[in-house]
Structures are given as C-alpha cells and as structure tokens.
Design a protein around this ligand. Structure first.
Ligand SMILES: C[N+](C)(C)CCCC[C@H](N)C(=O)O
Length: 288
C-alpha cells in the first residue's frame, strides 16, 4: 500500500487548515448563534471582544487530528482508485481513471474520514462557540478550558456517544461531496494539461481551489445541520434527531437556513484547498 499519499495528505491538510481557521470560526458562529447580523458584524464583535485570538479558538485539536483525517481521505482515495483501476498514482497521468471510479474513490475516502473527523470536529465547534474573552473575571469563565477539558466534560456529561453527536449529518455531508471534490479537481486538471503530462502549479492551485468551492457549496446544507446537532446537548436537548433538526430549523428560519455560512465556506475553500492540493502534488513528486 503506497504510504506516500497518507503522509502527503497529512502535511498538505495542516497547511490548508491554519490558513482557513479564522473563516471557519466566523462561519460556525453564524450557523449556530443568532446574535450576529452577518459576516462583518460577527468579525467586528469577535475582534472587539476576544481580539485576534478569538478567530483561532478551537484550532489545536484540528491541527493534531488533521494528520489522521486528511491522510485517511487521500490515502483511502488513492488506494481505492488503485483497487478499482489497477493504476498507481504515478501511472494515473498516462492512464487516467474514469470519472465514475474517481467519484467512487472520493466517496469512499469521504465516508471513512468523516468517522475519524467526528469527535475532533465536535470539540472544535464547541470551542469555537465560546465567545468569552481569554482574560476574564471568574463569573464569566468559559465552560470548557481547552480541548482536553472539553473532551473529558463531554464524555462525563453526555457519554461516549456524546462525542459522536452530529456524526450522521457529517457522514451525509462528506460522502457525496468528497466524490464531487476529486471529480472537479481531476476534471479541471485534465482540461488544462496536455495529455500525459503533469499539471502545472498554477493549474493545481486553480483546480484545487475550485474543487474546494464545488465541494463546500454542495456540503453547506448538511454542514449547518451538523453544527446544530453538535451544539445540541450542551444546554439540554433541543432536537429529537437529525430530521427533527432539519424540520425545525426550516420551520423557524425558512429555506435560507440551509445556506448559512455558504459565502464563508466558499471563501475559505479556495485558499485552503489550493494549498492542500499544491502541497500534496508537490510532496508526491518529490518522493517519486
Ligand atoms: C466535504 N467538505 C466540503 C465538507 C470538506 C472538504 C474537505 C477539504 C478540506 N479539508 C477543507 O477543509 O476544505
């Protein structure tokens, strides 16, 4: 089993993650809290109240887990393609796999990475939603002191299954949309690269960026539901389950609720995934 893909997936994921975290924090807050009027309002309030550090809340666990999550995504994707088409990463430029196989491999990678991601993503979302400034008076101490305290509190208060809250919505969000992700990336690379050659860095950046946007636009409706399910349970249970969460969000806020955070998801997706694919391709070529 080629190991390079796993390692390249890990490093490239970390690069993308740091770049995109501030966008992600604002998005999570807009999706789950109704105190903000919009992106600008949320940015201003976060900055005033919590300084620039507020935007980086909840980042340490994703950094630690991106190794696992992204290496599972890229590693499973590449190895599924190997099983389906009997071509390794090096051979794929000369013998390009069909889009159906790329889609199936992307979905398989997406499904498995969603399960690894679930507990880390939950902790990230809970920490991002703490709006207390870092330095404070005892009366407004945030509920969680950090990622480890957050994980242990959830285990204690909500049980082990509490750590997987929202994981169904996460699986539904990631499985088809990671198929779309790789199909878009490959499609754009092929479009702009002469046959049999490796795509140029500019092509990889643009194809990666648009793959991220296509995947995040389609993922946003389940992303909203996922974030809301993850916050549920913090102050008692509000939703009877995923379907109930969808129905009651729709009833209260209309169809627009499923598109909350779409602008930010797309704005974040371009740089994050351009960087991810560029470093991924670069590392794999380096190790050949
Ligand atoms: C499938 N979905 C769009 C949800 C995620 C795509 C993941 C790509 C990258 N790790 C990122 O954070 O943008």
């Amino acid at each position: 089993m080629p190991v390079e893909e796993f390692v390249a997936g890990w490093i490239s994921g970390a690069v993308g993650l740091v770049l995109g975290h501030p966008f992600d924090t604002v998005k999570v807050r807009l999706q789950t809290q109704s105190t903000y009027q919009g992106i600008v309002d949320c940015v201003v309030k976060t900055y005033r109240h919590e300084s620039v550090l507020g935007f980086f809340k909840g980042m340490s666990f994703p950094i630690a887990s991106v190794a696992l999550v992204n290496s599972v995504l890229f590693g499973v994707y590449s190895n599924t393609l190997l099983a389906l088409t009997a071509t390794s990463h090096q051979e794929r430029r000369a013998q390009p796999p069909s889009y159906t196989n790329i889609f199936i491999a992307g979905c398989t990678g997406g499904l498995l990475q969603a399960y690894c991601l679930a507990p880390f993503d939950l902790i990230k979302v809970r920490l991002q939603n703490q709006t207390e400034p870092r330095m404070q008076i005892a009366s407004s101490m945030p509920r969680y002191r950090g990622p480890v305290h957050c994980a242990s509190s959830i285990l204690r208060e909500e049980g082990p299954q509490g750590l997987f809250r929202g994981s169904w919505a996460l699986v539904l969000r990631d499985t088809p949309t990671l198929g779309i992700y790789f199909v878009t990336y490959e499609g754009l690379c092929r479009q702009y690269t002469p046959e049999g050659q490796n795509p140029s860095s500019a092509t990889v950046l643009v194809a990666g960026g648009f793959a991220g946007i296509a995947s995040w636009i389609t993922a946003t409706p389940f992303d909203v539901i996922k974030s809301r399910m993850q916050m549920d349970g913090l102050k008692g249970r509000k939703y009877g389950g995923m379907l109930d969460c969808m129905a009651s969000s729709f009833r209260q806020e209309g169809i627009g609720v499923f598109f909350k955070g779409m602008t930010l998801n797309s704005a974040r997706a371009f740089p994050v995934n351009a960087a991810t694919f560029l470093s991924y391709e670069y590392l794999l070529r380096l190790w050949r």
